[in-house]
Design a protein around this ligand. Structure first.
Ligand code: ADP
Length: 198
């Protein structure tokens, strides 16, 4: 089993963009947010806990998660959002750990928006935080998601601030379209490879 490395960053930091570079280098890659969405449809433990917490309406007739319903329930209710996370996160963390332990490459990379908030960083050997200036993050997300500046700021303000994340992270990648990005990625890549091979 290789090292387990996590990558995160606030919305618009470019964490997926940076993760794609590692993936292109051949690093086994796990996208926790995508896997979480899948597991909410397929995992029996999540299904029964969600029905217990939110009622039968949380799944559609065809058995798929009723995302619109669930979003509307948790959107304005912090307690219910926490209940949702408490159901989904442990299952996804275990799934990600099992996945990482099955990889034979010197290290694997897991991307998660809530790597620190969910506590999933504790199951990893190293964490990388991707950062970018606030204005740049806003512009990127406005363009990517066709949402308003206010909507982006609202989401940013709900996330753990970068200052706090950088205290927990082992490494920071600056993705400000000024500091060259590739050398930062390659330096870490070499370091993880060396550490595992040494
Ligand atoms: P996150 O996953 O952190 O929310 P993304 O990786 O989706 O952010 O990046 C947000 C947007 O900014 C995407 O459209 C992405 O292609 C673009 N982007 C991110 N980093 C860069 C970069 N270094 N150069 C050019 N575009 C970038």
């Amino acid at each position: 089993m290789g090292l387990k490395v996590g990558i995160t960053g606030g919305i618009g930091s470019g964490k997926s963009y940076v993760a794609r570079i590692f993936k292109a280098l051949g690093v086994p890659f796990y996208d926790a947010d995508t896997e979480a969405k899948k597991l909410m449809n397929t995992d029996g433990q999540i299904r029964s806990a969600l029905i217990k917490q939110f009622g039968e309406a949380v799944y559609l007739e065809d058995g798929q998660l009723n995302r619109a319903y669930l979003s509307s329930v948790v959107f304005t209710d912090e307690k219910r959002l926490q209940a949702l996370n408490a159901i989904v996160h442990p299952v996804v963390i275990q799934h990600g750990t099992d996945w990482a332990e099955a990889q034979s490459y010197p290290y694997s990379l897991k991307e998660a928006a809530l790597l620190f908030e969910s506590g999933s960083y504790k199951s990893l050997d190293y964490t990388i935080l991707v950062t970018a200036p606030l204005e740049m993050r806003i512009k990127r997300v406005v363009k990517r998601d066709a949402v308003s500046r206010e909507q982006v700021l609202d989401r940013i303000n709900k996330q753990m601030p970068d200052e706090k994340k950088s205290e927990i992270a082992d490494f920071v990648i600056v993705n400000d379209e000024n500091v060259p990005l590739l050398p930062q990625v390659l330096t870490l890549h070499q370091q993880f490879l060396r550490e595992r091979i040494a």
